[in-house]
Design a protein around this ligand. Structure first.
Ligand code: PHE
Length: 440
């Protein structure tokens, strides 16, 4: 063998060793993401939809080569729809599995219970859908990629006052649920400011199934709307029992209604009621339609808002880890805080200095057969309008939408939080936009 051939052979052998080393490093050196979700219990559909969507986002990024060459591995834990269990499983994720970041929960009470564990261990946590303000107040490692309840509550109250033109509201609240108590208060405050009156306030507890006592009292005060900021299992039963008690006033609630189970439980009794939500499957945006189709193909059902918000949260987390260029908790935290103009399925996400997102809200009407209609779209101040809202005012079913002072449709509103925005907004349209926060 000539010297040249020997050198060439040596070169190829070392190349092979190098490549093998890289491949092995790639498999052993993963990005570990903890996911804690209610997979069983009273809000199981929330967790199942969310986890499905996070898995889909993970498979997509892994198929595309992972994040900075590393594959993403999920560590999924069931909270059983309980706050105490949420704290237990998040401790396990952080201390035993040593995850680099955490995504979860849906329910605010559980996110509030688990957030301090992430905070004290300096592991960034991103909730896709917990809307109670207290969640992100737990510390600077805690983020949410959805809107908050003060914003959602105002949208609900405005819808009732301006679109339904009602004045006498009843409140029916799940008293041990932070989300329900908080959202109820924000709805009441905003409704009163708009000239409405809360004529009666009644309470229940998650797991209850007989609401006849509360509904009898409510009927006695003759409201023309009943605000029910609860979760789908109880809301379905409340709707049924309200109609049986001869109450015809519409029920109006928040994102906690969204579940395939809602109509299975409440049926016909829900038709003509309304709730606020994070997105609508009917959004004509091609990015939304692609997500809806991909999810349907993979899981056999239409993705609800939980799936959409969780898909966005996973992708926002991946984007932050990519920009951090590291799996260090502090580095991921800093990158997450700089998330700006991220084109999500549920809207364009910029995280503000309070680590919250400001996004459009869709008011959904429950129609015959459990179909959802878009009753209104609200763009809170500081949010980027959904494409349909700016382009064609006709997508708003009600004239009140345009009249609402909160309906800021100007693309200028994108720069809402200059302190955290990595780059200025380029366009209000989601379609075809690339995450402004990704490194080029
Ligand atoms: N926002 C609710 C909470 O904080 C959870 C939820 C989000 C439920 C989205 C349904 C859809 O408790």
């Amino acid at each position: 063998m000539s010297m040249r051939k020997i050198l060439l052979l040596a070169f190829f052998v070392s190349l092979a060793v190098f490549v093998a080393g890289c491949v092995q490093k790639g498999t052993s050196d993963k990005i570990k993401i903890g996911v804690y979700m209610p997979l069983t219990g009273g809000t199981a559909t929330f967790g199942i939809s969310s986890t499905n969507a996070i898995r889909m986002a993970t498979e997509e990024i892994n198929a595309a080569g992972g994040i900075n060459g590393k594959q993403v591995e999920l560590f999924v834990q069931d909270t059983r729809s309980e706050a105490q269990e949420a704290a237990t499983v998040v401790s396990k994720l952080v201390t035993q599995d040593q995850v680099h970041a955490v995504i979860g929960e849906v329910g605010s009470s559980r996110s509030i219970a688990a957030a301090p564990i992430c905070q004290s261990n300096k592991i960034p946590m991103l909730t896709p859908s917990s809307t109670n303000p207290e969640v992100t107040q737990k510390g600077d490692y805690i983020f949410r990629s959805c809107f908050t309840d003060p914003v959602q509550g105002e949208a609900i109250a405005k819808f009732a006052a301006n679109n339904l033109k009602v004045k006498r509201g009843a409140l029916l609240i799940d008293k041990k649920n932070d989300y329900s108590v908080g959202l109820g208060k924000f709805i009441a405050d905003a409704f009163r400011k708009l000239g409405g009156e809360i004529v009666i306030e009644q309470y229940y507890q998650e797991g209850e199934s007989d609401f006849n006592g509360q509904l009898t009292s409510i009927k006695g005060s003759n409201p023309d709307v009943i605000f029910v900021p609860g979760y789908y299992t109880e809301v379905g039963l409340i709707a049924q029992q309200a109609r049986k008690n001869g109450i015809t006033a519409p029920l109006v609630g928040g994102d906690g209604w969204d579940s395939q189970r809602l109509y299975e439980i409440g049926g016909q009794a829900l038709v003509g009621s309304f709730f606020s939500n994070h997105y609508s499957v009917d959004d004509p945006d091609p990015a939304v339609q692609k997500f809806v189709n991909d999810y349907k193909t993979k899981y056999g059902n239409v993705p609800d808002a939980l799936a959409a918000t969780a898909y966005d949260a996973a992708r926002i987390m991946f984007d932050a880890i990519k920009r951090a260029g590291s799996t260090d908790g502090a580095a991921i935290r800093d990158a997450l805080a700089k998330t700006a103009n991220f084109p999500g399925i549920t809207g364009i996400v910029t995280l503000n200095s309070e680590r919250n997102a400001v996004k459009p809200i869709v008011m959904i009407r429950v129609d015959q057969g459990g179909k959802y209609g878009v009753a209104d779209r609200v763009t809170p101040e500081g949010a980027v309008a959904a494409p349909g809202t700016t382009a064609s005012p006709a997508t708003s079913a009600s004239p009140a939408a345009g009249a609402s002072p909160a309906a800021a449709t100007s693309p200028a509103a994108t720069g809402a939080s200059p302190a955290t925005a990595a780059s200025p907004a380029s366009s209000p349209a989601r379609t075809g936009a690339s995450p402004a926060t990704s490194p080029r």
